[in-house]
Design a binder for this molecule. Structure first.
Ligand SMILES: O=C(O)CCC(=O)C(=O)O
Length: 297
């Protein structure tokens, strides 16, 4: 198995998916590569991010929208990390790992560009993220984005595994509604189209879940007593894209070099619309369908 320190390129890795998996991705908008990373790598990454979390705060740390008693919110102790690849070499190497590149080459037909890393710790009692489409935030033009979501712990219904609505990957960006912020650290969600079902994606450490950025997905709270549900996430855009929201620049090729791409007018960090200078855009929030009034409960 290739390790995070190897200098292999995607062409050295070979096929990650078989034909049945590629057909599943076409039909449902997602596919899981089981055991793409080894247990040893996962243990190393878990330790690495726990050490980072315990030793400081970082640009982009976010606990989401506040709830009633902030002291009782586990996300305050374990805020998610964003864009770690901009200051952490381990994260940068993972984001452009040849195995992720090879998998996405099969799914997209070409190597993607890499734009974001995130680490969700999701300790016991932490809220999830209401159903949404990543393209709402990245605003890739033309096309859409893709996520590589890697489990660092076993993920199941109890600790708030990922959920998807298969077959929604070809929908446009939907108008949002207000989410239940007792169950979600973001305050926007999208309606589930009639006739479509929410499906759980249960995973083991080292599995990587690849999904189209227009697919409706999210997660519920971690209702376990004492289990984390840590995950390392990369966001990518198909190399045919010409623009992505400013928050996601600089854009990287899978060899780690920068690409000069345009800036799409809107989009922003998950859960918030911002303008080109990163300021919240209230007009867009309202046009996107988020109810006026307080955004917290
Ligand atoms: O990890 C989760 O629970 C939600 C993550 C997610 O939906 C996303 O990264 O877009």
């Amino acid at each position: 198995m290739t390790t995070l320190t190897d200098k292999a390129s995607a062409s050295d890795v070979g096929a990650v998916f078989d034909d049945a998996q590629l057909q599943q991705y076409e039909r449902d908008g997602y596919v899981v590569a089981r055991g793409l990373f080894s247990n040893q790598e996962v243990v190393g990454l878990r330790d690495h991010y726990m050490r980072l979390r315990e030793s400081g705060t970082y640009p982009g740390d976010s606990a989401g929208v506040p709830i009633g008693n902030p002291d009782a919110d586990p996300l305050k102790r374990y805020p998610r990390m964003i864009h770690m690849h901009r200051w952490d070499e381990t994260s940068r190497r993972w984001l452009v790992d040849p195995r992720l590149g090879a998998a996405m080459r099969q799914l997209l037909g070409e190597a993607p560009y890499a734009v974001q890393t995130m680490l969700y710790f999701k300790p016991a009692g932490a809220r999830g993220q209401a159903m949404h489409q990543d393209q709402f935030y990245l605003n890739v033009q033309p096309g859409t984005c893709m996520a590589a979501w890697m489990a660092l712990d076993p993920c199941d219904a109890e600790n708030g595994c990922m959920q998807v609505v298969p077959g929604t990957q070809n929908l446009p960006v939907l108008c949002t509604e207000r989410a239940n912020t007792l169950d979600s650290f973001t305050d926007t969600t999208v309606p589930i189209p009639p006739g479509k079902q929410i499906v759980r994606v249960e995973m083991e450490p080292g599995d990587v879940f690849f999904f189209n950025g227009s697919l409706i997905h999210g997660s519920r709270s971690n209702v376990s007593k004492d289990r984390f549900r840590r995950s390392l996430i990369g966001h990518y855009i198909a190399a045919e894209a010409e623009k992505v929201a400013k928050y996601y620049h600089p854009v990287l090729r899978m060899d780690g070099t920068e690409v000069d791409l345009g800036i799409s007018e809107r989009g922003g960090p998950c859960g918030m619309w911002v303008d080109e200078d990163g300021q919240p855009v209230l007009e867009m929030v309202e046009r996107a369908g988020r109810p006026a009034g307080p955004t917290t409960e």
